[in-house]
Design a protein around this ligand. Structure first.
Ligand code: GDP
Length: 445
């Protein structure tokens, strides 16, 4: 599903790996590539535009997390924006206060309405409902028969026109089906309607007449995920001609590029309720925007890593660090140790690295080294007195020897750490300055 888009995005993220910081030019270049990837996936232009605008704004904005590297930050933003265009949260079916709940299906011929009717009936029945299927597709030869076969398969009654009685009039079949449902204590009525191969005023008028006859609680627009951009015109026509309350994406098991799926929510303004993923009655599930976004990114592991990193580098710590820097305070060895500990809390570096795309193979060589290194640095800082941690300038030659002995390392190791720490401290100071507080509010250091 959406393989080409996934590959393109992952290629874009790979280019960002190893960058220490993203310049505006980096962000622009990334945004341009993501724009191309979305357009090639046949996503509608207005959707692409708003996606890219949000991406740029967020990537440049102050929200960028200190816990994540630039590639992770971009992945996180793209992930969240994808969830957004897919509708954010899942939305459940709306049930009538007074049964029966009426669900009307609309869409082009071949979009998968009749198949969906069977799937939906099976799914609702499994939840303890008593659905009734109604065959109002009297246009397509065999549609009534197809629904009857599906009804048998999922063991749900099908209401269909009786020969010689109202044949050819889907509106009266629909109307009668509601009476029948009430008489037989069915709590949900699923009305399958006729589609055409293209948008057609007669079809739209018929769908609207059925809608008026049954007063549905949900009008579900079924769209074939394989159709791409064309989905936009069709969705708009159904939105305006019948009015829809929800969408089902069908044929997501196919080789869809993603255009329909990523555009339909924006175009209709209505949520995607279900996903249909095959010809079998079980190939069907509630639509989860977050899961779909993760699948499109094809990097579930990296997303987990991002969550872990953010959790480890918790808000409290972030705030403390920010206010320290803003206040012009020194970044101390104690702070350094705290950061190291936060990183270590995320689990062995080996695991973190193995979650990065392409790093799996090098895991063993890199990991041991890095874990040991982290632990050694932590041990050195722990061998210092609180006064030394607060002010590294105190640490003269004899103190260095004491610390080295305490941590079980050489004096050279201590020297190395202190040199690197002084560099980090300088950088932190610059960052604090860059945040632009008036000099008067700074504490003397
Ligand atoms: P309708 O004209 O809208 O009622 O469409 P149908 O339900 O008859 O579906 C048209 C074709 O698509 C049939 O051959 C179905 O078996 C097939 N189909 C429907 N839903 C799916 C799906 O989710 N995945 C796949 N692969 N095929 C589907």
């Amino acid at each position: 599903m959406f393989d080409t888009l996934s590959d393109r995005l992952s290629g874009i993220f790979t280019k960002l790996r190893g960058k220490g910081r993203l310049t505006d030019a980096d962000i622009d270049a990334t945004a341009r590539e993501i724009r191309m990837a979305l357009l090639e996936a046949d996503v509608a232009l207005p959707v692409v535009k708003s996606f890219v605008a949000a991406l740029k704004e967020r990537a440049r904005g102050a929200e960028v997390s200190q816990a994540l590297n630039p590639a992770q930050q971009i992945i996180k933003i793209v992930h969240e924006e994808l969830i957004g265009i897919l509708g954010g949260e899942s939305r459940r079916l709306q049930f009538a206060k007074q049964p029966p709940t009426v669900i009307m299906l609309a869409g082009l011929q071949g979009s998968g309405k009749t198949t969906l009717a069977g799937k939906l009936a099976r799914w609702l029945k499994a939840q303890g409902h008593q659905p009734l299927l109604v065959a109002c597709d009297l246009q397509r030869p065999n549609a009534v028969n197809q629904l009857q076969v599906l009804g048998k398969r999922v063991d749900v009654e099908v209401f269909a026109p009786q020969p010689g009685n109202g044949v050819g009039d889907p509106v009266s079949v629909a109307r009668e089906s509601i009476e029948h449902a009430k008489r037989t204590m069915r709590d949900i009525v699923i009305v399958d309607t006729a589609g055409r191969l293209g948008i057609d005023t007669e079809m739209m008028a018929q769908a609207a007449a059925i809608r008026d006859a049954v007063n549905p609680d949900e009008v579900i627009f079924v769209i074939d995920a394989m159709v791409g951009q064309d989905a936009v015109a069709t969705a708009e026509a159904f939105r305006d001609g019948v009015g829809i309350s929800g969408v089902v994406l069908s044929k997501l098991d196919g080789d869809a590029r993603g255009g329909a799926a990523l555009s339909v929510r924006h175009v209709t303004g209505q949520p995607i309720l279900f996903a249909s993923t095959g010809e079998k009655m079980e190939d069907f599930d509630v639509f989860h925007p977050d899961r779909m976004a993760s699948r499109i990114l094809g990097m579930g592991d990296v997303l987990t890593l991002i969550e872990q990193a953010e959790a480890a580098f918790d808000d409290q710590q972030k705030e403390k660090m920010t206010s320290k820097l803003l206040g012009g305070e020194q970044f101390t060895l104690e702070d350094f140790l705290e950061q190291l500990t936060a990183i270590r809390r995320m689990g062995p570096i080996a695991n973190m690295l193995s979650m990065m795309p392409g790093m799996g193979q090098m895991k063993d060589q890199l990991a041991e080294l890095d874990d040991k290194h982290f632990d050694r640095v932590a041990a050195i800082i722990r061998s210092m007195t609180p006064a030394e941690r607060a002010n590294s300038k105190l640490i003269n030659g004899s103190r260095r020897l004491r610390i080295a002995n305490g941590a079980g390392v050489t004096v050279m190791d201590v020297n190395q750490l202190l040199n690197r720490f002084v560099d980090a401290q300088k950088m932190m100071k610059q960052m604090g300055g860059a945040m632009g507080l008036p000099g008067g509010r700074r504490k003397a250091t």
